[in-house]
Design a protein around this ligand. Structure first.
Ligand SMILES: Cc1cc2nc3c(=O)[nH]c(=O)nc-3n(C[C@H](O)[C@H](O)[C@H](O)COP(=O)(O)OP(=O)(O)OC[C@H]3O[C@@H](n4cnc5c(N)ncnc54)[C@H](O)[C@@H]3O)c2cc1C
Length: 449
């Protein structure tokens, strides 16, 4: 036990939940409601919030303010102890999780039950220049940074040469899964709005979005009807959709495609998918494509005190024998709930159950009133799909719903606020370059009228 995480009550069993995404948050919530105060529940997570990832493209596009897509862990899980930090090692024999807190201090947490719910990370392919020049899209800082960067590109384009302006106004999204498709669809609306407010001499030059995928259609993993709806909306908005295409190289000034074409751009957004968090492979237990193998009760075989769920776990899909459940929010949240119940059962509260969930469909928000959705397998498009999609998100969010709905309402009636927040590196004035005169002023620098 580290000095920063003092022992609260040694007589109670301790459940440590690593990760507070869809799976971990629901696991901790369900567990705390089921066991009440008879067990100590500790959540180890790098941030003090749960992040509702499906709405992240709307943060990048300026529709939602960043805090809207977060749900505070201390506010919503009052019986749970939050330890801020990132797990680095799991000692199964010693029943300990070693972690590092946000200030670099190491600590460890002993557990009686462990729930691993660390989710996934960006999948990086060995394409030259991507690691240096592309923007990732996985967390709140990345979405906010991207919003600032896009705003700056449009603003800088105003006074640039024709060639530079074209490159600054070109945005390339690599990967047309749900994230890339939403980023491109919503990004177009955002940059059109930004461009309309620029100097009239550049207003005729519309920003250009290019969406690439090696697959033969957008939304390749989803129902074909969703793909065709999304494709139609994207092309109607002017997005240059290139299927069967990949990137060979990225540089500071553009990307080279596998057909040899070079597209000048200052913005490459990497949305090629995710892979399970690398912590999973380091635990030393059997994995399936990087996901921790569990049985239908979400327990690791041979380790009845270790549970895993969400993107980090390979959970047998009992509705499709021989397959594992896909990495989606829908499954992660439900598995999290069940992990909470099954851990509670292992502590004497109720019976353990197996995970079985029939997919309820998917919803892709394309911005404005457009969406592509297939709730319960019924394909929808247009404003009806838009309403269903937003209703679904509001129902699925574990908090902050009123603020999200209010932002949507405001976005429908007011222009988007498009100022940069200064996240993209800018000129700075380091203290050692301050004028000697100012530096000599007792009590620090002052201004002269
Ligand atoms: C931009 C984006 C949009 C998406 N849109 C959709 C969508 O529309 N519909 C859909 O179904 N799915 C969507 N997904 C996928 C969905 O978000 C994931 O399937 C879901 O988040 C998985 O939940 P999880 O709890 O397993 O992982 P996460 O939600 O990723 O949570 C993992 C948590 O663990 C924490 N963590 C990671 N490593 C450590 C560590 N070492 N120590 C402690 N904590 C750690 C993370 O900080 C995070 O809080 C989207 C994903 C992204 C990135």
């Amino acid at each position: 036990m580290s000095p920063s995480a003092p022992e609260a009550n040694v007589s109670r069993s301790r459940v440590v939940v690593v990760g507070a995404g869809f799976a971990g948050f629901q696991a901790a919530r369900t567990l705390s409601r089921t066991v009440r105060n008879t067990a100590e529940i500790v959540v180890l997570n790098p941030t003090d919030y749960f992040l509702y990832l499906p709405l992240l493209p709307q943060v990048a596009a300026g529709t939602l303010e960043p805090r809207r897509v977060t749900v505070s862990i201390p506010d919503t899980l009052p019986r749970v102890r939050l330890v801020l930090g990132e797990a680095g090692r799991v000692d199964l024999a010693g029943r300990r999780v070693h972690y590092t807190d946000p200030e670099g201090v190491s600590g460890e947490l002993e557990y009686d039950r462990l729930i691993l719910a660390v989710g996934s990370v960006n999948r990086l392919l060995p394409v030259p220049g991507i690691a240096e020049h592309a923007h990732g899209f996985r967390g709140l800082p990345e979405a906010l940074y991207l919003r600032d960067h896009i705003t700056r590109q449009i603003e800088l384009a105003t006074d640039a040469s024709a060639e530079e302006s074209a490159s600054r106004r070109t945005f390339v999204v690599v990967g047309a899964g749900y994230t890339g498709t939403e980023v491109a669809a919503q990004g177009t609306m955002f940059t059109d709005a930004l461009a309309r407010r620029q100097h009239p001499r550049r207003q005729s030059e519309r920003p250009r979005w290019v969406l690439l995928d090696v697959a033969d259609r957008v939304l390749p993993g989803l129902d074909r009807r969703l793909s065709s709806t999304a494709d139609r909306v994207l092309r109607r908005r002017g997005v240059d959709v290139r299927t069967g295409t990949s990137v060979e190289e990225a540089t500071r000034t553009g990307v080279r495609l596998d057909d040899g074409e070079f597209i000048g751009t200052r913005t490459v957004i990497w949305c090629v998918g995710v892979r399970p968090d690398p912590l999973v492979s380091q635990v030393g237990l059997p994995v399936e494509h990087g996901r921790l193998l569990v049985d239908p009760r979400l327990t690791v075989p041979g380790h009845p005190d270790v549970f895993a769920c969400g993107d980090a776990a390979a959970v047998p899909d009992l509705t499709r024998p021989g397959e594992y459940t896909p990495m989606t929010a829908q499954h992660a949240a439900r598995q999290g709930k069940l992990a909470g119940l099954n851990v509670a059962a292992s502590l004497g509260h109720g019976e353990q159950r197996s995970y079985k969930h029939h997919d309820l469909g998917f919803a892709v928000d394309l911005g404005g009133v457009s969406a592509a959705a297939n709730p319960l397998g019924i394909p929808l498009s247009g404003p009806l799909a838009g309403a269903v999609t937003r209703g679904y998100h509001l129902a699925a969010m574990p908090g902050n719903r009123v603020r999200v709905a209010a932002d949507w309402l405001l976005d429908a009636v007011l222009p988007r606020q498009s100022v940069q927040l200064g996240l993209v590196r800018s000129w700075s004035v380091p203290l050692d370059t301050a004028s000697p005169e100012l530096a000599r002023v007792p009590g620090g620098p002052s201004t002269k009228e």
